[in-house]
Design a protein around this ligand. Structure first.
Ligand SMILES: Cc1ncc(COP(=O)(O)O)c(C=O)c1O
Length: 292
């Protein structure tokens, strides 16, 4: 917390912290495998970009944040973990909507994580398209990984109540955007299609890695506007994020997608993504002597 290692039970922020009061802040979620953090620099760059977009100066340079992540893993003896970096605009004055007394609050937390329950990847998941829409980009740029998540939390609850693992959000024109915490891909005639980022959602680090893998395997990838009906008409669909990797979607709005089971393209991309994860995290752990 703010540059110090603090036991969870002793970590405290002000009741006037603007993150707590208004969701005025940004965050990143990263993953460590075998002691190395996957694409840590890409995540920290995105954090800096998100912060810059909301006029928040990171109180620590990126190498300092990277070192803090490493120290946190080491102090907790964590090799396989989920890491969250949260930066808020800090404490404000009660009743003042704009003023912040600062400095920014920085909280980095980590918890052991070795991947989703295997059955989810093996069997795939169902998604729901709730009536609630994606916040329009004119109101909040989806490329900003902001801690204001109320509409996503509500959409995910609506999906859960209807038996969905994730909610897929449509934009105002009825086109697919992304999940509440994930990016969406469709497979059609052996090609990948995903809504464009940032217009259609957060430019996910996993999304970027999957596009790299697909292009290296000569699988065409189109970043294009996708009307909602294409989800149910797809041969396959899958979600990506840091924790879920490549997660097959087998039902949408109560109807099967393709065969109703995880398809070959998603399965193959999951294997290749895991190879990439292990390779890059192994190299990252090697660079820091296995400490990070
Ligand atoms: C709204 C949203 N879209 C997409 C993603 C996937 O991003 P990444 O692959 O960087 O985890 C996330 C991650 O949490 C997210 O919150």
């Amino acid at each position: 917390m703010n540059g110090r290692l603090v036991a969870e039970g002793e970590a405290r922020i002000s009741v006037f912290d603007r993150g707590f009061l208004y969701g005025d802040g940004v965050f990143e979620s990263m993953r460590a495998v075998g002691g190395g953090v996957f694409r840590r620099e890409r995540h920290l760059e995105r954090l800096r970009r998100s912060a810059g977009e909301i006029g928040l100066e990171l109180p620590m340079p990126l190498p300092g944040l990277a070192a803090a992540v490493g120290d946190l893993l080491e102090a907790n003896r964590l090799r396989d973990a989920r890491i969250r970096v949260t930066v808020t605009r800090g404490a404000g004055r009660p009743g003042e909507y704009v003023e912040a007394e600062g400095p920014a609050t920085v909280v980095i937390s980590a918890a052991g994580f070795a991947g989703l329950a295997p059955a989810l990847h093996r069997e795939g998941v169902a998604v729901v398209i709730p009536p609630r829409r994606q916040i329009p980009p004119e109101a909040l740029d989806p490329a900003i990984k902001s801690i204001s998540r109320l509409s996503s939390v509500l959409a995910r609850r609506e999906a859960r109540d209807r038996g969905g693992f994730e909610a897929i959000l449509l934009d105002g024109g009825g086109n697919l955007t992304e999940g509440t915490v994930s990016n969406l891909f469709l497979v059609r005639d052996g090609r990948l299609a995903t809504p464009p980022a940032p217009a259609g959602g957060l430019p996910g680090i996993t999304r970027e890695a999957v596009i790299e893998i697909a292009r290296a395997s000569a699988i065409p990838v189109a970043e294009e506007t996708l009307p909602a009906r294409l989800l149910q008409d797809a041969d396959e669909a899958f979600l990506t994020n840091t924790s879920w990797e490549v997660l097959p979607v087998v039902r949408a709005a109560g109807r099967p997608i393709g065969s109703g089971s995880p398809g070959p393209v998603a399965r193959d991309l999951l294997l290749r993504y895991r190879e990439m994860l292990r390779r890059e995290c192994g190299a990252a752990a090697g660079e820091t002597g296995g400490r990070r």
